[in-house]
Design a protein around this ligand. Structure first.
Ligand code: UTP
Length: 466
């Protein structure tokens, strides 16, 4: 075959991947070179061992020895808040958002961070997060470093969006965009590599656990170390309620000398699709909802509460040196997901859009770092104050529920400040005005009245809506 190295042909034959060469003659020189490069760079041994593990992909925790973890209360002490504030003011914390996912369930073409989630403002998820980073930077009088993980699919659109919006008032050099790696997608039945288009392998991002290697490969852990940054505040792009840089949480993490600290929301019912924290042999682990047998999920305490109820809203603080230690000891494991993946069939020479799951995707999960932590901490947070993820186009965790959660939270803040509210107006608050009820109370003039739907942002005259 023209241009095809003999040893590559032999490897494809050995691994049962000769289908990739169908239509080889139809490919242009550039397409051939591209495919040869992709195939040459593939970690073949790893892929084959992954594919053969498909039947045993379920994590078999020993449920007999699994214990509910200790969870510390949400209310923080003055000492914790002071320590957290000092850590932020000294610039020892970087903020990190993972925004590389494919957002399959939401079903939009653009990155999820661009979604206009603000109920009155129409602000995007990125804008809401960026305003929090800006507000924190103002509060602590230093430009806090913000790491934004993208994937090859979301990177260009994300960068362009920030540029188009003037980086939402942030300094461009306080932001680091960095891309996570991708992994080939396999046909679930045959374990053959799938193609995206003629001459291009179908690739998908390697999961939020890909953050660790991406941080290291892009030299960011070294940069953090050289800047004296000891802690990384990790959150997901799809949760607009997250209290980025929460000083009380950070202070407790620092005082406890934890390698990792994670927030906890209480699970509502046994079948709720949220992973739960548990303890096994002194280590903190996260059991995915799909791995937790129903009889274990249903177990109750003597007071009638769910025994395994410590749900994971994916808000963590990692010590930088803990992540550095982890990376030198290897990679987080891959999990397999059976998903729908449209692909190009080189034999039929056409695109295929499957109706049911056809593909195996490989993802690393950030919470697999937890069992490696020698010291760890779990801290309760009220769900309605901090967790409203945007996952689906409709139903639970959809734009409707997320907007309701934002409005309900901001309405509570306004009421707690003693504002006179006439009727039942919708109110949304920009993080630039206030990031919590206490800050709002300081910002609102006394006797402030609210009568119509209002997006409150500085300057306080606000934008009164119809
Ligand atoms: P999810 O697992 O909910 O995935 O990601 P998703 O891409 O948002 O949505 P689905 O599952 O395809 O519908 C949780 C968080 O992790 C990030 C996402 O951007 C989101 O903030 N993530 C996920 C990555 O950064 N990279 C990945 O490879 C996967």
């Amino acid at each position: 075959m023209r241009d095809l190295p003999e040893d590559l042909h032999e490897r494809l034959r050995r691994w049962g991947q000769l289908h990739l060469l169908h239509g080889w003659e139809r490919l242009s020189g550039v397409e051939r070179a591209g495919l040869i490069r992709q195939l040459t760079e593939l970690p073949w041994e790893e892929l084959v061992s992954l594919a053969t593990r498909t039947s045993t992909s379920k994590k078999a925790w020993d449920y007999e020895t699994l214990e509910p973890p200790p969870v510390s209360p949400a209310a923080t002490t003055a000492e914790e808040r002071t320590v957290g504030q000092a850590t932020l003011a000294q610039g020892r914390v970087a903020l990190l958002v993972v925004a590389g996912g494919q957002g399959t369930r939401l079903g939009r073409d653009e990155p999820k961070g661009l979604f206009p989630i603000g109920p009155l403002s129409g602000a995007s998820l990125f804008q809401i997060h960026a305003e929090k980073v800006l507000a924190l930077s103002r509060r602590y009088q230093r430009p806090l470093l913000w790491l934004i993980m993208t994937s090859p699919a979301t990177d260009a659109a994300t960068r362009a969006f920030f540029e188009q919006h003037g980086y939402f008032g942030l300094k461009q050099d306080q932001i680091r965009f960095f891309q996570q790696a991708t992994v080939p997608v396999l046909c679930a039945q045959s374990h053959r590599l799938l193609l995206e288009s003629p001459g291009r392998l179908l690739l998908s991002p390697n999961g939020h656990g890909g953050t660790l290697t991406a941080l290291a490969e892009h030299g960011l852990l070294d940069e953090l170390e050289s800047q004296g940054i000891d802690h990384i505040f990790y959150f997901q792009v799809d949760n607009p309620l997250v209290r980025i840089g929460d000083a009380g949480f950070l202070g407790r993490h620092v005082l406890h000398q934890a390698d990792v600290s994670s927030k906890v929301v209480w699970k509502h019912h046994p079948q709720e699709k949220v992973g739960v924290f548990a303890v096994q042999q002194g280590r903190c682990i996260l059991v995915e909802y799909s791995d937790l047998p129903l009889e274990v999920a249903q177990q109750q305490t003597s007071t009638g509460r769910l025994r395994f109820a410590a749900g994971n809203p994916a808000i963590h603080i990692f010590r930088r040196d803990f992540l550095q230690r982890l990376i030198t000891h290897g990679q987080l494991p891959y999990h397999l997901a059976h998903k729908v993946a449209p692909y190009y069939d080189p034999i039929l020479n056409q695109q295929v859009v499957p109706a049911s799951p056809n593909a195996l995707k490989f993802e690393r999960f950030i919470f697999d770092a937890l069992p490696h932590a020698r010291r760890w901490l779990l801290v309760e947070t009220p769900r309605e104050e901090e967790f409203a993820p945007l996952k689906n186009a409709e139903g639970p965790d959809s734009p409707t529920t997320v907007r309701q959660a934002i409005l309900a939270l901001h309405r509570r803040w306004v009421e707690s400040c003693g504002v006179q509210v006439e009727g039942n107006p919708a109110v949304e608050i920009s993080p630039l005005l206030a990031m919590d009820a206490e800050e709002l109370a300081q910002r609102l003039p006394s006797g402030y009245r609210l009568s119509g739907p209002l997006y409150l942002r500085p300057p306080l005259s606000g934008i009164r809506l119809r």
